[in-house]
Design a protein around this ligand. Structure first.
Ligand code: TGC
Ligand code: FAD
Length: 392
């Protein structure tokens, strides 16, 4: 792969709106990605393997629980810093960002928000340091967009619960030490349970043959009469709103992350277009190529503004689920379109692993699907503005 010469576009001088802490957090993450991810990521994506050596670095830059308080091992940062970390990591690779998203928003967030003090103390510091890796089990083979139909269930056996069922498409499951799993009790109410590796009847087979997110490990969670200690139930919230609350946090991170992937594609295409000579001049001098580049920077700038304002709303406690949906949907769509255009600008070279664009493009096919598909997010906006849910 070519050396990482990334220069971040900031067409509307958004840096003026960032604090010194935001800039420090961003530059630490950017430097780590350049040093530790860019040189290795193509090889790991080609061999479809998660680079486990990235775990230590992710913990050190504060990517595991950026906004979790310091007393529980988190970085104690604000929501804009969290977004910037996700942006910079996804600039390197969506799969690495996925690992950080899952650990922070889908494992640490529910334990912090819905867990007991004992659960927080037991799990959060180890998750923040990367000693424990986590995964989040909501999706099932027959219930993806419609998680309320889930069939995974647990029964009260007096001194423990008995868990049965299966989850599919679970990021990090093949190597996770703990899984936050959503299952129905005997009354059909959804609860979160912390499942630990080693519990009898719990297995995590890996899903192979992915053309997307190849540097992220994806798998199943299978529960065959798993005895779960009662203290592993998350007591703070139940019902579908509990997992959906975690998704709000993860989707917010993805809205920022997708900007990173788009910036990398734009920056690569711009540099290539200025250097590549055809018909006696750089291809950047042709109007058709300029149209692509001009549209890319316009869309990136709009996405940056959307994410920044959403971050402000989130810090004020005013960001709604529908606002987060809009940003996730818009920014991932923006990124995938830019990746496709940028790929074409590199001609044949664009399909090789010498450049990051094709990898981003394929990764974004997962990002546009997980955490709510493109169409589900449109329906969330539709329901919000009309007051009429059209899901069913
Ligand atoms: P609906 O009737 O709308 O809501 C059920 C209950 O939940 C409440 N609620 C929320 N609460 C907190 N936060 C939110 N964001 C909430 N959204 C809704 C709601 O008020 C209601 O409460 P109550 O008390 O009345 O029961 O539910 P629905 O069944 O109609 O579904 C709505 C729909 C389709 C939008 C929802 O199910 C959905 O978002 N589906 C998409 C599924 C999804 O996103 N799955 C993601 C799986 S995790 C993943 O992909 C990780 S990828 C990891 C990586 O980054 O690698
Ligand atoms: P389906 O729900 O079957 O949807 C198929 C198509 O139908 C989609 O285009 C969808 O938009 C459309 N559709 C569905 N319902 C409607 C409707 N009402 N109206 C109009 N169109 C509709 N899940 C987890 O729980 N944890 C994870 O860590 C996780 N990681 C993932 C990693 C990867 C790489 C991938 C690909 C997925 C991951 N997922 C995870 C699962 C992901 O959230 C689901 O794939 C996603 O929610 C869609 O569910 P589905 O694949 O079952 O598609």
């Amino acid at each position: 792969m070519k050396p990482d010469l990334f220069e971040a576009p900031d067409y509307y001088q958004l840096d003026d709106l960032l604090t010194e802490e935001h800039k420090l957090v961003r530059s630490a993450t950017r430097e780590w990605v350049k040093r530790d991810i860019s040189p290795i990521i193509e090889e790991y994506a080609q061999k479809a393997e998660f680079p486990k050596e990235a775990i230590k670095g992710l913990a050190e830059i504060g990517a595991f629980g950026p906004y979790i308080p310091v007393e529980y091992g988190g970085a104690g940062l604000d929501q804009i810093s969290y977004g910037l970390i996700m942006q910079e990591i996804e600039r390197g690779d969506s799969g690495i960002r996925s690992t950080a998203s899952v650990q922070s928003s889908l494992v640490m967030y529910p334990i912090f928000t819905y867990g007991t003090e004992e659960q927080r103390k037991k799990f959060l510091p180890k998750l923040a340091s990367g000693e424990f890796m986590g995964c989040f089990g909501l999706t099932e083979p027959d219930h993806g967009s419609n998680p309320s139909g889930m069939v995974t269930n647990f029964k009260d056996q007096g001194d423990h619960y008995l868990l049965n069922g299966a989850k599919l498409w679970i990021s990090n499951s093949p190597f996770a030490d703990v899984a936050v799993v959503w299952a129905k009790n005997e009354e059909g109410r959804i609860h979160g349970l912390i499942i630990e590796r080693g519990m009898e009847g719990f297995s995590t087979p890996e899903t192979h043959n992915k053309w997307s997110l190849r540097a992220s490990a994806t798998g199943e969670l299978i529960f065959d009469n798993v005895k779960v200690p009662k203290e592993n139930l998350l007591p703070g919230k139940n019902g579908l709103g509990a997992p959906l609350g975690c998704l709000d946090s993860a989707r917010y991170g993805i809205a920022w992350g997708a900007i990173g992937a788009a910036m990398d594609c734009y920056d690569t295409a711009l540099r290539y277009a200025k250097e590549r000579i055809q018909f006696g001049k750089p291809i950047a001098g042709f109007q058709l190529q300029q149209k692509k580049l001009a549209e890319m920077i316009t869309e990136i700038t709009k996405a940056q503004l959307l994410a920044f304002r959403l971050g402000q709303l989130k810090m004020d406690g005013r960001a709604t689920t529908a606002q987060i949906s809009m940003a996730k949907r818009n920014n991932v769509d923006m990124a995938i379109k830019i990746a496709r255009e940028a790929r074409q600008m590199l001609g044949g070279m664009g399909i090789t692993g010498e450049y990051s664009i094709m990898r981003h493009m394929m990764n974004l096919e997962s990002v546009i699907t997980y955490e709510g598909t493109h169409d589900i997010h449109l329906l969330i906006t539709g329901a919000d503005i009309t007051g009429i849910p059209a899901f069913k």
